[in-house]
Design a protein around this ligand. Sequence first.
Ligand SMILES: Cc1cc2nc3c(=O)[nH]c(=O)nc-3n(C[C@H](O)[C@H](O)[C@H](O)COP(=O)(O)OP(=O)(O)OC[C@H]3O[C@@H](n4cnc5c(N)ncnc54)[C@H](O)[C@@H]3O)c2cc1C
Ligand code: SF4
Length: 565
Amino acid sequence: MASNSFDVIVVGTGAGGSTAMKILCEAGLEVCALNSGPRIDIKEDYRGHRQVYDLRFRGFGNPLRFQGKAHQEPYSVEESEYSEGRDLFEHDIAYSNAPGTDWYWKRCKATGGKANFWGRSSARFGDIDFKAADLDGFGENWPVDYAEAAPWFSKAERYMGVASTIQNRPSNPDGEYLPPLPFRCIDFIIQKGAERIGVPYLPDRCAQLTVWHNQHPSCHYCGNCSRGCDVGAFFSPTWFTIPDAEATQHLTLVTNALVREVLVDENGMARGVAYVDRTSRREVEVYAKVLVLAASCVETAHIMLNSKSRHWPAGIANSSGELGKNLCDHLYGSPGYGYLPQLLGQPARPDDIADSTIAWMPRWQNLKNPREEKFIRGYSVYMGGGCGEFPGYYGRIEGFGSKFKRDIKRYYPTTIDALIQAPSLPSATNYVDIDAEKKDMFGIPQLRFHFQWGENELLMWEHSKQVMIDLFKSMGGELWGADDEPNRPGTSLHETGVCRFGNDPKKYVTNKWAQTHDVGNLYICDASIFPSCTDKTTTMPIVAFTMRSCDHMLENFKRGVHQRL
Ligand SMILES: Cc1cc2nc3c(=O)[nH]c(=O)nc-3n(C[C@H](O)[C@H](O)[C@H](O)COP(=O)(O)OP(=O)(O)OC[C@H]3O[C@@H](n4cnc5c(N)ncnc54)[C@H](O)[C@@H]3O)c2cc1C
Ligand code: SF4
């Protein structure tokens, strides 16, 4: 590094951090971005077009790769032999679960973070989400409403490229879309069945390029998205924001830099960060006028809780005591899976165009009356299936040997698998703190999770199982079953809360611009600011709210609130 002082330091280069880097660099600021892991090498790390028989461990990865690692579980979906080869995922930094908690913390430490491999579902939040407290009396509203957020959603969509249709449902607001992804064969059948039971079944909003967009090529529908796209036909920091930031020549990107704490000056304001250079294991300090934390929700809270000083004995910017509180997540699990007998014997056609659920059932519950159901708020459902390369339903069929193989072939491509996305409610008992007893391999105090599913989301889970019974009946499907329990908390990768934004400094960590109430030159650009979870996913809103926060920050630079170097 030629210099160790910058206008802005950004911690994390995922969807949030890399968007901040791009905007701030394009405005001419000198930005240092710190990323805890290595730089993605597209040629080395995205291995989508290989066949499993070309891979040494048939796609499952080296079974010995976790030897000696602090965190030994493989990460479902995103981590496989297609992506794990160069140490892209975090298995070295340990974390704790409080007794009774089973949080599954999946982390991609490579540049670009999880959006290298994400599912691309990109719906807008609406006033049903922002003003949920007004509607059902639970919790608090967001400090912004749809009218204020909408132009930022448009800006994010226009940049990322999101494919969908206009649907005229205020609970699931329409945006600015590329042409939609075509339905799979199963979608037409499910849609008819869903109509009969009064449930919407519509194209999802998917950040996948159905046409050339902002000099990025359109998708060639290989279905390899969760292994990383080798041509950049969906939004990812690796193809979009990081190259844009680098093109300005105002970016200094430091990899393998694990940030430990925020450093403060004599007034308690941020003056830089201390990080561990994971290659040399040396501790390094870098300084800046303004700091952006975008290390991904709970990791942002981890860094802040570990940033203790005379000014901030309970962690930086934590005079409210709210840092780490109100952790929310999406409850995931399959409320129903089975097959469509009418498709037995039909030839397969290459309709696995998105390696994702291209259609969904956006929230339909509690729309007219917020307390119509036994639960408040609402959930959405995605339907998996179609002619994927790998028959993922093999685990749903019993048997072994040649009959088992015959059955797998027989049911291809007739199976469908529902996935519920149910928001947990903010709760005083769901939070993260620092484990006083344990430190990671670099001596950094570990993050500890305290989390249980609440009654509200478990009622949604039960409700969705009944809907699946009705749906399978109405579409002439055969229901094989449902998951006995929801997936482990953390599985969805849509955690929110822990640094919530709001107007009252006594109740919220940041103001409505994601600038911490206590420390004016410390901003947060990830989903930790979202005060509550919705039935929609988080990434497009992370990009949108980051754009909005950076706009505010740039205004503060202009007005002299923040000084340049
Ligand atoms: C398989 C899969 C499917 C998904 N599907 C969807 C979907 O359909 N829709 C959706 O909206 N979202 C989806 N997600 C989630 C989505 O990817 C995340 O919400 C989003 O990428 C989060 O962005 P982020 O920048 O907050 O965090 P991350 O992507 O996790 O990036 C955090 C960055 O911070 C760095 N970092 C972390 N700790 C430190 C530290 N201490 N010091 C320095 N750097 C640090 C990391 O290296 C990383 O680069 C999916 C994710 C996966 C993996
Ligand atoms: S299906 Fe499209 S977006 Fe996905 S990896 Fe293939 S080309 Fe890329």
